[in-house]
Design a protein around this ligand. Structure first.
Ligand code: HEC
Ligand code: HEC
Length: 359
């Protein structure tokens, strides 16, 4: 038959996933085009965080930023255009909303690699919420030289500008306890340092969304608004949750959003580390499949992606690790619980590869 044990194993695993054999297997979330509310028309005057790009300090309270007409419930002004990314960063299962404000009369352009190049004075915002309610609202503002990053923690009927790191605990729907970290201002650069804007890119924005309940291609809607330059050749990446898309592409889309900001040339990873997890890098050049870890003393022994022993793949092990484990968790910051669906996805990708390719 030529069916290896491994293929048989993953075949059984897929059947189990489909039939939910074992009874209590959690059903994996599916991709649904997000509902983004209404698409505003562009405003003629800038009100949101004016002057922060030229050194003005961000106000101490969110209600004073000029970006939201109400904090509880949170209502953005028309200056802020809602958007979504097809492959989000996992942050302890928090729900996220994102907005983009480009100064009136201007529009964002694209770098060659498809990342968004926003003009000075642009504001990007992202809200995090747990099942219990809003946690924080993060901003990045495009300044003359680089970006300014800061975050507000929701408290009572407003939100307070944070300087240092703070934490809070909450229960996830499955009963696990998250030890959530509000990052200190200077640590935003760990992930955002190299590129600034991390989410909005051609690959991440080319996806169906709903504005006022109506399904639309997101990038077309943002282009029609004059917010971003046209990109006729746009090709998106799949949602990691889209079970119709190829396994490898789904795994690569997850690794891009959750790892690619550090694991890229110039990212926050050891100098000389050969791992490159950006979507734009061809799989052969990512240095994952059949490639042993480079710094085994800290990273753990084994292949980064091991087709013969998928669960032993160092990438899978570290996606399943928590603080205190060896090797330590990846990403090393930004989560306190495991994204098991994602670890399973990457594991399945590893298992689908031909082990005889490895030396
Ligand atoms: C663990 C890495 C990490 C850290 C630390 C981090 N971010 Fe991000 N951030 C991301 C990634 C990845 C995205 C894009 C994916 C998404 O939105 O789900 C993002 C998106 C954003 C966005 C939306 C615009 C964009 O660039 O995509 C804002 C605003 C933002 N972050 C602000 C902050 C601020 C402020 C801090 C510090 C208080 C911070 N971030 C810390 C990884 C990080
Ligand atoms: C905030 C930056 C950051 C993010 C995000 C991040 N990493 Fe890392 N990664 C590092 C650093 C720093 C090291 C080196 C130290 C270590 O191995 O713990 C590393 C090391 C590794 C190694 C070992 C490399 C070797 O061969 O020695 C692997 C594998 C890895 N990361 C996978 C991932 C995966 C998978 C993700 C996403 C799920 C991820 N990383 C996200 C910073 C990051």
């Amino acid at each position: 038959m030529g069916l290896s044990l491994r293929t048989l194993g993953s075949f059984v695993a897929v059947c189990c996933a489909l039939l939910a054999c074992g009874g209590d297997a959690p059903t994996a979330p599916r991709f649904e085009p997000p509902e983004l509310g209404s698409l505003p028309t562009r405003v003629s005057e800038r009100r949101c965080l004016v002057g922060v790009e030229s050194g003005a300090p961000p106000p101490p309270r969110l209600s004073e930023t000029g970006c939201f007409t109400s904090v509880v419930p949170l209502v953005a002004t028309d200056e802020l255009v809602p958007f979504a990314v097809v492959s989000p960063l996992f942050s302890d299962e928090t729900h996220k909303s994102r907005w983009l404000a480009i100064p009136p009369g201007q529009r964002a352009d694209w770098y060659d690699d498809g990342t968004l190049d926003v003009p000075v004075g642009s504001v990007l915002a992202k809200r995090f919420a747990s099942e219990d309610g809003a946690l924080e609202l993060r901003f990045s503002v495009r300044a003359e030289t680089g970006f300014v990053f800061f975050t507000y923690r929701f408290e009572g009927d407003d939100a307070r500008l944070l300087e240092g790191q703070e934490t809070t605990d909450f229960a996830l729907p499955d009963g696990r306890e998250a030890h959530y970290v509000f990052p200190a201002r200077e640590t935003c650069r760990t992930c955002h340092g190299e590129v600034g804007v991390l989410g909005p890119s051609v690959a991440q924005l080319t996806m169906p969304v709903r504005y006022d309940g109506v399904l639309r291609p997101q990038l077309d809607a943002l282009t029609a608004l004059g917010l971003v330059a046209p990109r006729p050749d746009a090709v998106g990446m799949p949602s990691p949750l889209d079970t119709e898309a190829p396994l490898e592409a789904r795994a690569r889309a997850y690794l891009h959003a959750n790892c690619g900001h550090c694991h890229r040339p110039g990212g926050f990873a050891p100098v000389g580390l050969t791992l490159d997890l950006r979507w734009s890098t061809p799989t052969e050049a990512t240095q994952t499949v059949c490639v042993p870890t480079q710094f085994a003393a800290t990273a753990g022994e084994g292949m980064r992606i091991d087709p013969a022993y998928p669960d032993a793949s160092v990438i899978v092990r570290r996606m399943r690790a928590l603080g205190g484990d060896f090797p330590g968790p990846m990403p090393p910051v930004g989560r306190s619980v495991v994204d098991e669906h994602a670890a399973q996805l990457v594991r399945e990708w590893a298992a689908s590869l031909d082990a005889s390719l490895c030396p």
